[in-house]
Design a protein around this ligand. Structure first.
Ligand SMILES: Nc1ncnc2c1ncn2[C@@H]1O[C@H](COP(=O)(O)OP(=O)(O)OP(=O)(O)O)[C@@H](O)[C@H]1O
Length: 343
C-alpha cells in the first residue's frame, strides 16, 4: 500500500509486558522467541507488527482471546507506549508527540469505543454523549443538540435523562458509540463495540456503520470475534496469533488464499460462498462464445446462488462494472463452492 495514502503506519512494533521491558528494546527482532522472553519474565502482547492503514479503510482485527488485539489498538491510540518500533499517524511519529499534542490529536482526530463502556456514572446519557464536545469547548446549545441527535441515531431517543446504572449493558454500549460518533473522528478505534448488543440491533448498528463509512471516509480499526461481522464490514482483515499478524488481506483472500495453516484453520468454518465474488472465480473468455445474461462480478456467489442453479450453461459469463463481459465462471466449480464438492 502506498505510504503517502496511509493514515496509520506501524513498523516493527513490539509491546512487551513484564519486569523490565525497556531493557529489551534494542534486542527485539524478528527472531526473538516467546520462550526467550518468557525466560526473562516478559510477555510480548504485540510482536513485530508492521502494517499500513489507508485513509477511509476499515481494518478488522481478529484473533483468539489473548492474541494481542486490544493491546495493538491501544498502541495505535498511544494509550500505552510501545516497547520498540515506530507508529506514525498522518506522517507524525506518535512516540515523539508531547502529552499536549497527544491530547489534541485524540480530541480532534480520534474516537474510541472500548469493551468497558467507560461512561461517567454521575452524568446522564445525554451528558455523557455531550462530554467530549464540552471538552472541545463547544457551546452548550449546539452540543446538547448534537448529543440528542446521536442518541436518536443509536435508538436511545427518550432515554436522554437516564444514568448509566439505569441502562442495560447493550444500552450503555450504545451510549458509548453515540459519544464517540458525536465528535466525528477521522480515525476510529473500536474494540468489540457491538459485543453487548442483541443480534437485531447489532445488525442495525453495522448498517449504520457502513453508511457512515461510505459518507465520511473514516479510517476505522475494528476488533471483533464475529467472522460474519468482519465479512460485512472489513476492507481488510488482520488475523493475529501470539501478538503477531499472521495475515493482513482482503476477506476474500484470507478465506481463499490463507497465508499460514493457522489462518486456514481460523477461517475453516466460514461459508465461502458468502465471501467469494463471481469476479474472483472468473476465467478468461479466451475464444469461447459467450452470450446471454451475465453475472455481476462484484456480487457474492451466495447472492447469485439461485441464478447459478437455474443457469444450465457450463460456462456462465461474468460482467464488470461497465457491463461488459469480463470472463466466465465454470458452473461446476461455482456449484462446488455453493453446495460442497459432489459426492
Ligand atoms: N497490562 C498488562 N500486563 C501484562 N500482560 C498484559 C497486559 N495487558 C495485556 N497483557 C497480556 O498480553 C496478551 C494480549 O492481551 P490483549 O488484551 O491484547 O489480547 P486480546 O486479543 O485483545 O484478547 P481479548 O479478545 O480477550 O480481549 C495477553 O496474554 C495478556 O495477558
Amino acid at each position: 500500500m502506498a505510504q503517502d495514502k496511509s493514515v496509520i503506519s506501524c513498523k516493527n512494533v513490539w509491546k512487551v509486558f513484564g519486569d523490565h521491558p525497556a531493557q529489551l528494546a534494542g534486542r527485539l527482532g524478528p527472531d526473538t522467541t516467546m520462550e526467550e522472553l518468557r525466560a526473562s519474565g516478559h510477555i510480548a502482547a504485540v510482536r513485530n507488527v508492521s502494517l499500513d492503514i489507508a485513509r477511509g479503510e476499515m481494518l478488522v482485527v481478529m484473533g483468539l482471546s489473548g492474541s494481542g488485539k486490544s493491546t495493538l489498538i491501544r498502541c495505535l491510540a498511544r494509550l500505552i507506549d510501545i516497547t520498540s518500533g515506530a507508529i506514525t499517524v498522518e506522517g507524525r511519529d506518535l512516540g515523539a508527540m508531547t502529552e499536549t499534542e497527544l491530547i489534541d490529536l485524540r480530541r480532534r482526530k480520534m474516537g474510541m469505543v472500548f469493551q468497558s463502556f467507560g461512561l461517567l456514572p454521575h452524568r446522564t446519557a445525554l451528558e455523557n454523549v455531550a462530554f467530549p464536545l464540552e471538552m472541545r469547548g463547544q457551546d452548550r446549545i449546539s452540543r446538547i443538540a448534537r448529543a440528542s441527535e446521536m442518541l436518536n441515531l443509536v435508538g436511545l431517543g427518550g432515554r436522554e435523562g437516564y444514568f448509566p446504572r439505569e441502562l442495560s449493558g447493550g444500552q450503555q454500549q450504545r451510549v458509548g458509540i453515540a459519544r464517540s460518533l458525536a465528535v466525528e473522528p477521522d480515525i476510529w478505534f473500536l474494540d468489540e463495540p457491538f459485543s453487548a448488543l442483541d443480534p437485531l440491533i447489532r445488525r442495525e448498528m453495522q448498517d449504520e456503520f457502513l453508511r457512515l463509512k461510505a459518507m465520511m471516509a473514516k479510517t476505522i480499526v475494528f476488533i471483533t470475534h464475529d467472522f460474519d461481522e468482519a465479512l460485512r464490514l472489513a476492507d481488510r482483515i488482520a488475523i493475529m496469533k501470539d501478538g503477531a499478524v499472521e495475515q493482513i488481506d482482503t476477506p476474500e483472500r484470507i478465506v481463499m488464499a490463507p497465508a499460514t495453516p493457522y489462518v486456514a484453520k481460523f477461517t475453516s468454518a466460514v461459508d465461502r460462498a458468502r465471501v467469494v465474488h463471481a469476479g474472483a472465480l472468473a476465467l478468461p473468455v479466451s475464444g469461447r462464445s459467450v452470450e446471454g445474461t451475465a453475472l455481476p462480478a462484484t456480487e457474492t456467489l451466495h447472492t447469485l446462488a439461485r441464478r447459478i442453479l437455474q443457469d444450465d450453461r457450463p460456462m456462465i459469463p461474468v460482467s464488470g462494472a461497465d457491463g461488459r463481459i469480463s470472463g466466465v465462471i465454470d458452473r461446476a466449480a461455482a456449484l462446488d463452492l455453493l453446495l460442497g464438492p459432489a459426492a
